[in-house]
Design a protein around this ligand. Structure first.
Ligand code: FAD
Ligand code: DLZ
Ligand code: SF4
Length: 493
């Protein structure tokens, strides 16, 4: 008998650990454990999502006749760690071997590599094949390059998969329609409400459990409506293709008060759990474009996120860990302000992003990058505190994707591995891409007065602090020169 271990974000029927499963003999181990719920104080919606999706996945396995050892969080014998539950299972079931799939986090891989010594049984850790670029493919691509740019990796992925290709050429003649993804939302356009997935009885039971045990964690459970099965997740994706993908092209970077989801897909949480297949999402998007249902800038923009960014950041994570997690190239030292955990700030843009995160465990990319991330960058917040926050508060957060985005893309703490320049912006950018400033306590056109927009003063202070370093970067030299030519009391948005 082989014991097959499936983690909470490995909920795919084609997961490597289940390949060559002998239904008559093998046992699948799944365990809800406090250790995974509290290594950072996860948003209760994330915990509920993972546990509910685990229970739904286990129920589907059982229908297929798979023998299951499923340990619930409130099982009195639960040791509350993955190691402890594996050891207990091995001691009771005496398997010939343990088979599992490589995890999404370095921390868990370290633990898994100790499982043979822990249990005395052979442990096979199979590659996670749910990504479009294997680690070897990424390593080969990265080998010998002095800088790793997403754009070139993305082109290679387009060629390797044939997605949005006309023979050897990119569809439409260009690889990238990024410049057509930056429009502000017009006043008369209302983003469609995404499809909702009200909790079924199984999810309600999980919500009660999570409400009971994690009420002290940041964030509310009240608005939980995540898809918890692959069937639901697919319905959510189809709703996106039908109603929001067309607008995603133009308004991918736009933000608006009271519009937490804009034209975004909301696929990250179910995708990272394994409920959706990234290749199928890209193919369905291409089909919608080829059928004339969505414009090219929308289809390409969306595919670039999945085929490009998602695969790229995973490649960087496994290429550069564990060193990556300690990088702090801008030597940032400030602690994370309390308002990241409470939402209590008069900055309208920050309060929108943080409060919606508490309510939904979701913020879209530009809010994460150009609002909360930009503030953290400009204010010089220490990357450890910022990482912990991003890993805790989003339903889609796992270190393989969170860390390169936070430490790399948002904080530039990796010194330019993920992005060639910091995504630093003053209030003018936020005003250009949103309607937040119109209802803010602060004045976006002022920097130094009592009501001056904090992003303005912080921006110029950031440029000044790092002037020597940025003067060497052709993409940052302009603001350094502007600051040098500015009287100190004249800084503005
Ligand atoms: P859409 O805008 O509809 O994009 C479609 C999909 O593309 C996403 O679901 C996601 O799978 C992928 N994608 C888009 N951008 C990225 C990116 N930069 N990196 C990786 N995949 C991307 N994404 C996570 O999945 N988990 C995280 O923990 C996470 N942390 C982030 C932290 C910071 C500081 C930043 C700037 C970004 C982070 N992202 C993270 C990336 C991105 O913000 C989210 O994937 C996206 O907002 C999820 O919403 P959506 O599904 O509606 O995305
Ligand atoms: C995120 C998470 C949570 C909240 N709970 C569990 C759990 O109880 N059991 C489990 O197997 N996995 C859980 N996970 C997902 C793991 O944290 C995830 O597999 C690792 O971080 C590796 O990506
Ligand atoms: Fe944010 Fe400044 Fe605009 Fe207020 S004025 S919403 S703080 S950018």
């Amino acid at each position: 008998m082989i014991l097959r271990v499936i983690l909470g974000d490995q909920l795919s029927t084609n997961i490597a650990a289940l390949a060559r499963l002998d239904v008559s003999r093998d046992v699948v181990l799944m365990a809800e454990v406090m250790g995974e719920c509290t290594y950072v104080p996860h948003h209760p919606q994330k915990i509920a999502l993972v546990i509910s999706a685990m229970r739904h996945f286990a129920a589907a396995l059982q229908v297929r006749g798979v023998r299951l050892r499923y340990i619930k969080l409130d099982d009195p014998l639960n040791t509350q760690t993955l190691d402890g539950e594996l050891l207990r299972a091995v001691q009771e079931l005496r398997p010939e071997a343990v088979v599992t799939t490589a995890p999404g986090e370095w921390r868990v891989l370290q633990a898994m590599q100790g499982w043979e010594a822990l249990t005395g049984v052979a442990v096979e850790i199979r590659d996670d094949q749910r990504f479009l670029a294997s680690q070897v493919f990424f390593q080969d691509w990265a080998a010998g390059k002095s800088s790793l740019r997403m754009e070139y990796f993305y082109r290679k992925m387009r060629q390797a998969t044939g997605i949005l290709m006309d023979g050897a050429e990119p569809a439409g003649g260009n690889w990238n329609y990024d410049s057509e993804n930056r429009k502000k939302l017009p006043k008369n356009v209302k983003p469609p409400r995404p499809k909702r997935f009200p909790p079924d009885a199984m999810t309600q039971e999980v919500l009660a459990l999570v409400g009971d045990k994690f009420a002290h964690h940041y964030g509310s459970l009240a608005a939980f409506d995540y898809p918890v099965t692959s069937h639901e997740a697919l319905a959510g994706f189809e709703d996106f293709i039908e109603h929001r993908l067309s607008g995603f092209g133009d308004w991918q970077d736009a933000m608006a008060a009271g519009e937490p989801t804009m034209f975004h897909s909301l696929v990250s949480a179910p995708l990272n759990l394994g409920l959706l297949d990234p290749l199928a999402l890209c193919q369905e998007t291409e089909t919608a474009f080829r059928a004339g249902r969505v414009p090219l800038n929308a289809a390409e923009g969306f595919i670039r996120q999945i085929l490009g960014w998602r695969e790229f950041v995973r490649g960087i994570y496994w290429l550069r860990m564990p060193h990556y997690a300690s990088l702090n190239s801008l030597k940032a030292t400030a602690p994370l302000p309390d308002f990241y955990w409470t939402g209590a700030t008069k900055m309208r843009c920050m309060s929108e992003a943080i409060n919606q995160t508490m309510r939904y465990a979701y913020a879209h990319h530009i809010q994460r990058l150009m609002i909360t991330g930009n503030f953290a960058l400009l204010a010089g917040l220490h990357p450890d505190g910022v990482d912990e926050w991003y890993l805790a508060v989003y339903a889609d957060a796992y270190e393989w994707v969170e860390l390169p985005n936070t430490r790399g893309m948002a904080l530039h703490a990796d010194g330019g591995i993920v992005g060639s320049k910091p995504y630093a912006a003053s209030g003018a950018y936020i005003n250009k891409m949103s309607n937040y400033c119109g209802s803010c306590h602060y004045d976006v056109n002022d920097a130094t007065g009592a009501h001056g927009c904090p992003f303005n003063a912080l921006y110029w202070d950031f440029i000044g602090r790092h002037a020597e370093r940025f003067a060497q970067n052709p993409r940052m030299a302009m603001p350094v020169r502007s600051l040098a030519n500015m009287a100190p009391n004249k800084v503005s948005g």
